[in-house]
Design a protein around this ligand. Structure first.
Ligand code: GLP
Length: 235
């Protein structure tokens, strides 16, 4: 996984890479940092886009998406401020914040690679069940599940009613997408994502419409997929 990211950067040093925050990406990003350091990969021209942010949470708050990106990738690699673009979850004008992000992506020539996780309700970013697949950046009301699972990132209880996120139009337009999932908690939603009907009821199923997407899961996340289905899927 880490090699896929570093390879893309070697091939195209000014790649535009969108990353999700969250536990799933931690290990992968640690490895990216290790590889980049060992192999002296030049990240100076890479442009990073943050997938999402909690509304009302400052970038400095431990557990915010910005805090995650800073800790796991930007600070270790010394990425300059001009080379990463994150949503401000405390912006007064959130619509303007969405527009700004869409314009940045357009100006950069689109996203080359998106590396995303999945929520247990099937969300990608904050694209919750029922969301339209034609949206770009938008503000989303968060389901109860997302609000309660999201508490795991913070030191104290937070109000997590809304999120600001890239939309599925960005995912569809991205040249390449990698969805990662690990652990048994993701097993059922991964089974639905891979084998269920493609529908906004399970937002992550949209990834199956993408011509250059990869779903990367560990054994535990694959544990709800029967052996015969694995063979069918692999063939
Ligand atoms: C969170 C974030 C997503 C993240 C997903 C999975 O709510 N909004 O961007 O990818 O849910 O998180 P985790 O990897 O911690 O399970």
């Amino acid at each position: 996984m880490a090699t896929m990211i570093t390879d893309r950067i070697k091939e195209k040093p000014n790649s535009v890479i969108c990353l999700a925050s969250g536990d799933t990406l931690k290990l992968a990003l640690r490895k990216v940092v290790d590889k980049a350091t060992q192999q002296q990969i030049d990240f100076s021209a890479v442009q990073f886009i943050g997938l999402d942010e909690w509304i009302g949470i400052t970038a400095e708050t431990h557990g915010s998406c910005a805090d995650f990106f800073n800790k796991y990738i930007f600070l270790p690699l010394g990425i300059p401020n001009n080379n990463f673009h994150l949503f401000n979850g405390t912006a007064i004008d959130l619509e303007k914040e969405c527009k700004k992000m869409d314009e940045i992506i357009l100006r950069l020539g689109g996203i080359d690679l998106m590396v995303v996780g999945i929520g247990i309700n099937g969300h990608i970013g904050f694209n919750e069940p029922g969301i339209s697949t034609s949206l770009k950046s938008h503000v989303a009301e968060l389901q109860e599940t997302t609000q309660s699972v999201g508490q795991k990132y913070f030191n104290s209880t937070q109000i997590l009613k809304e999120g600001i996120t890239l939309g599925f139009q960005h995912l569809i337009d991205s040249k390449e997408v990698i969805l990662m999932a690990s652990g048994v908690a993701k097993a059922q939603i991964i089974q639905k994502t891979i084998l269920g009907e493609i529908s906004e009821v399970v937002p992550a199923t949209v990834i199956r419409k993408h011509p250059n997407a990869l779903i990367l899961i560990d054994e535990e996340a694959a544990s709800s997929i029967a052996e015969k289905e694995r063979i069918r899927f692999n063939s």
